[in-house]
Design a protein around this ligand. Structure first.
Ligand code: KG4
Ligand code: ZN
Length: 348
């Protein structure tokens, strides 16, 4: 087998293709010298009716969508396959079937184009999506990563030096949004629907309990149970009443989920004396979360968040992580397989 690791790269003008297929989003993106060229995300509406991602269906959808998504991206940017200098794919964490589709597609391209291949940790991809933000924060800074599968508070020391300060003990923040949305009869994934509904609601009408979790960890199970009882109580007053109260309920749970994240961010800001904070991951698209961050910016913090479409899973963040790795000569062997449970600090 020819070793693609020995291929020399031209770092000055390196274009990296990123392929993301860890869950239900088929994402492809192009990064050149640390800047976004463009990206395409093909959504999979098929899961909505099941109230969650069906892994087998997701794998099949990735197979259908990954090449057409790349084709659109190349067409739109005028970049040809031969112009690509390196191929980055998500290695994990994620669903094994979906990961295998993107992984094999990327390997196939790398072999056909005779270009280097690099595996990327999905969580690292989310973290470096902060480099797509308008503002560049100096290292070190605090990163709150909140997605459908993870909630982590991180001290980001340097490009490949990530210290996890705390994480969720049960549900992830995005998962808490999605479960609350199910109780309100909203489609999956419910985070964006709660965000939209909450804009018409009064967040203080239904006070929610404040999770009291030690250190920099998070927990959403108590909040989830409290919200379930609250919704059931209101439902007993009739479906009409529940319908009227939905915006207030959405605003209340949204505030509770985000305030819990913010409590820990503020704790870290104080403890580490660092007023530089970034938010990344799907939940970083939340408008109340971004509003709270903007308020802190006005109070003197330096803050950053990726543009909205780059908060949720996408190929551009994988391309960015791949570009950073390839720049350091971190090329992956072609037999390094996808891994569904990949800790953040492995294989950066
Ligand atoms: O990062 P992501 O696309 O996938 C994972 O790696 O999990 O995050 C998806 C999560 C879902 O739980 C979704 O409901 C949540 O991010 N999300 C939001 C918003 N947009 C996406 N949660 C709250 N408000 C939003 N606007
Ligand atoms: Zn993600």
């Amino acid at each position: 087998m020819k070793d693609l690791r020995i291929i020399l790269l031209n770092f000055e003008t390196m274009i990296v293709l990123g392929i993301e297929t860890s869950c239900d989003e088929t994402g492809v993106g192009l990064v050149e010298d640390g800047k976004l060229i463009d990206h395409v995300v093909a959504k999979q509406d098929i899961h909505s009716k099941y109230g969650g991602v069906v892994p087998e269906l997701a794998s099949r959808q990735h197979i259908k969508k990954v090449y057409p998504a790349l084709d659109i991206l190349l067409e739109r940017t005028g970049i040809k396959l031969e112009d690509i200098d390196g191929i980055a794919v998500t290695r994990g964490p994620g669903l094994i079937g979906p990961l295998m589709v993107g992984s094999l597609f990327g390997r196939g391209l790398a072999v056909a184009l005779q270009k280097p291949f690099v595996n990327v940790n999905h969580l690292f991809g989310h973290i470096v999506s902060v480099f797509f933000a308008e503002k560049r924060l100096d290292f070190p800074f605090i990163v709150l990563l909140a997605s459908g599968g993870h909630t982590m508070l991180i001290l980001y020391w340097d490009t490949f030096h990530v210290e996890v300060l705390g994480e969720t003990l049960d549900d992830a923040a995005g998962e808490a949004f999605d479960k609350a949305a199910v109780l309100l009869g909203l489609p999956y994934p419910g985070g964006p629907y709660i965000d939209r509904l909450a804009q018409r609601g009064n967040a203080n009408k239904y006070p929610m309990p404040k999770p009291q979790i030690p250190e920099f960890n998070f927990s959403y199970s108590g909040l989830k149970t409290a919200f379930r009882y609250l919704v059931e109580d209101i439902r007993k007053q009739g479906m009409q009443k529940l319908e009227e109260e939905k915006p207030h309920l959405a605003a209340a749970i949204q505030k509770a989920i985000i305030d819990h994240l913010f409590d820990k961010i503020e704790k870290a800001v104080v403890q580490y004396g660092l007023k530089r904070v970034a938010i990344v991951g799907g939940v970083a698209a939340n408008s109340y979360f971004r509003q709270r961050l903007a308020e802190k910016e006005a109070e003197g913090w330096e803050t950053a968040a990726p543009p909205l479409p780059l908060c949720v899973d996408n190929g551009a963040m994988i391309a960015m992580a791949g570009w950073l790795k390839l720049k350091e000569g971190k090329i992956s062997p072609l037999d390094e397989a996808p891994t569904p449970r990949l800790p953040l600090n492995e294989f950066l």
